[in-house]
Design a protein around this ligand. Structure first.
Ligand code: HEM
Length: 317
């Protein structure tokens, strides 16, 4: 997994290097590039050697995401999504196109060898999930595969790119932390390409990423439905009600994190989450419980790798 991230990151950094002028300076807008990088990594992790087709699929999903995000007013008004407006027709066309592109890649995969990527795991799950979830018909199995491919992209693409951008913004604003993190990077990995073991040993960088995810968690809510009537202190939650737990509020509560809860201070994580917060469960950038983010380890490695490499080649502000 780390090597596929290294491949993607190398090409982004080469394109940055070409922008450096004679004084060794470049003015680079990083957020779009980080979004592309994250899409690239997810495409490789999900679709393996069929990655370029995966990239096309994900680029269409991104277009769909942009159109959907503009439709905020539709939320809560039942029936509007069925009216053939210009944007709805565009959404339906894209959805159909994405579904058939995913199924085409899946068909090719089934006819060729098995690879060890996320798509293969989804295909295996579709086979074994079986009758219990009514996936025995081909239509249901196809839906399961398509929806899971889309979920992985939606859940893993923008989140990681946003966190990477915020980590760089914070390191650019707190030059003392940039210097400390760079010193660790240069000590641990002096000759360029980091591996999984080196990334694991970079404690300072882990603290910076953890603090970034505390202050700017890309997933802002964890949503749950009460399966039975329940009571949390004085709050009564009837069965069937969905409740939203606002992650940033928990992450910046001075009662849990101390008086500097609103400040960037990676040092608080020097003894792990338990040392940083009165109630470690309140730190939930990746959610909590059985539905915790399945991509959290991949995301942490990706975030550390990107920051590590940029720290190694450049000073930034
Ligand atoms: C910094 C990056 C990321 C953040 C902050 C993040 C955050 C989250 C959060 C808050 C949830 C909800 C968990 C819950 O309800 O308890 C979630 C779920 C999920 N995430 Fe992530 N995520 C990230 C990266 C990724 C990546 C890279 C992938 C895929 C490779 C991914 C795949 C998923 C999936 C599939 C779910 C749904 C899990 C389920 O419902 O069982 N995420 N993520």
């Amino acid at each position: 997994m780390v090597s596929l991230m290294v491949d993607s990151t190398t090409s982004m950094l080469s394109s940055w290097e070409s922008l450096i002028d004679g004084r060794g300076v470049a003015d680079i807008r990083v957020d779009d590039d980080l979004r592309s990088l994250s899409a690239d990594i997810i495409s490789r992790a999900c679709f393996g050697s069929n990655y370029s087709k995966g990239r096309q699929i994900f680029s269409k999903i991104r277009t769909l995401q942009v159109i959907l995000s503009k439709g905020g007013l539709h939320i809560g008004l039942p029936g509007l999504i069925y009216i053939p407006t210009k944007s709805n027709r565009e959404i339906w066309r894209l959805e159909k196109e994405i579904d058939s592109m995913i199924l085409k890649v899946v068909k090719e995969r089934i006819e060729t060898t098995q690879e060890k990527d996320l798509l293969q795991m989804i295909l295996d799950a579709a086979k074994t999930y079986g009758d219990e979830d009514k996936l025995s018909t081909n239509v249901a199995a196809d839906r399961f595969i398509i929806d899971n491919c889309k979920t992985i992209y939606f859940a893993g693409h923008e989140t990681t790119a946003t966190a990477a951008s915020m980590a760089l913004v914070l390191l650019a604003a707190y030059l003392d932390w940039q210097a400390r993190a760079r010193a660790e990077v240069l000590e641990t990995c002096s000759d360029g390409v980091p591996d999984a073991d080196m990334l694991r040993r970079m404690k300072m960088l882990t603290m910076v990423v953890q603090e970034t995810l505390r202050l700017y968690p890309p997933g802002t809510f964890v949503v749950r439905e009460a399966l039975q009537d329940m009571k949390i202190r004085d709050l009564v939650i009837p069965r069937g009600v969905s409740f939203w737990v606002p992650i940033p509020v928990l992450h910046q509560d001075p009662e849990l994190w101390g008086p500097d809860a609103h400040q960037f201070n990676p040092e608080r994580f020097s003894h792990g989450t338990a040392g940083a917060c009165k109630n470690p469960q309140a730190y939930m950038p990746f959610g909590v419980g059985p539905r915790v983010c399945v991509g959290q380890h991949l995301a942490m490695i990706e975030l550390k790798l990107i920051s590590e490499w940029i720290l190694q080649i450049a000073s930034f502000s």
